[in-house]
Design a protein around this ligand. Structure first.
Ligand code: IMP
Ligand code: MG
Length: 180
């Protein structure tokens, strides 16, 4: 285990099983439709890479990168687009792939942006959900795990751009935040 990690919250096998299950459900729900999966950089990259390999329908992928205004890791609800989609989503069935829904501010903003572009539909798939921290309601259509209010890293999720490579979803030691 990484020395900065307090404990493993969700292990590899549990993640694998969940991603397989989600891949199956999404494949069934979108059968016969042209699905465009939109990964939100960078946190969703690992999840999305595993998810698409558990799909048995044709999918296209694209990515968006967004950043909250302000320096802290607290969301303000104002979101800046750092990288937009390569192609139009008009008439496409869009599925947003996120790592975690926390306050919900990032996704509610993204949802508005994408809905304004006249897609056939926009839905949300997130690996993790922290409902206790929600500030705005977001319609999560596919959720991997509901987790308690703890800061997690690994499997794509970071703290100050670190720990994304850890294969499991882990709770960081408190002193890592406190020392900044
Ligand atoms: P929201 O706008 O508060 O829902 O912010 C969601 C974003 O905050 C996620 O995409 C993550 O980048 C980040 N985030 C929220 N909670 C965590 C966490 O526990 N670990 C790592 N990143 C987190
Ligand atoms: Mg993120």
């Amino acid at each position: 285990m990484h020395p900065d990690v307090e404990k493993v919250l969700i292990d590899r096998m549990t993640i694998d099983e969940k991603v397989r299950e989600l891949g199956g459900i999404i494949s069934r729900d979108y059968a016969g439709k042209e699905l465009l999966m939109v990964g939100i950089l960078k946190g969703a990259v690992v999840f999305m890479a595993d998810l698409i390999r558990n799909m048995n329908i044709d999918v296209r992928i694209d990515f968006m990168a967004v950043s909250s205004y302000g320096a802290s890791n607290k969301s303000t609800g104002e979101v800046r687009i750092l990288k937009d989609l390569d192609k139009s989503v008009e008439q496409r069935h869009v599925l947003i792939i996120e790592d975690i829904v926390d306050t919900g501010l990032t996704l509610s903003y993204l949802l508005e942006i994408l809905k304004a572009r006249d897609p056939a539909g926009v839905h949300i798939c997130t690996l993790l959900d922290k409902p206790s921290r929600r500030e705005v309601n977001v319609p999560v259509d596919y959720n991997g795990f509901v987790i308690p209010d703890e800061f997690v890293v690994g499997y794509g999720l970071d703290y100050n751009e670190k720990y994304r490579h850890l294969p499991e979803i882990c709770v960081l030691k408190k002193e890592i935040y406190q020392s900044g």
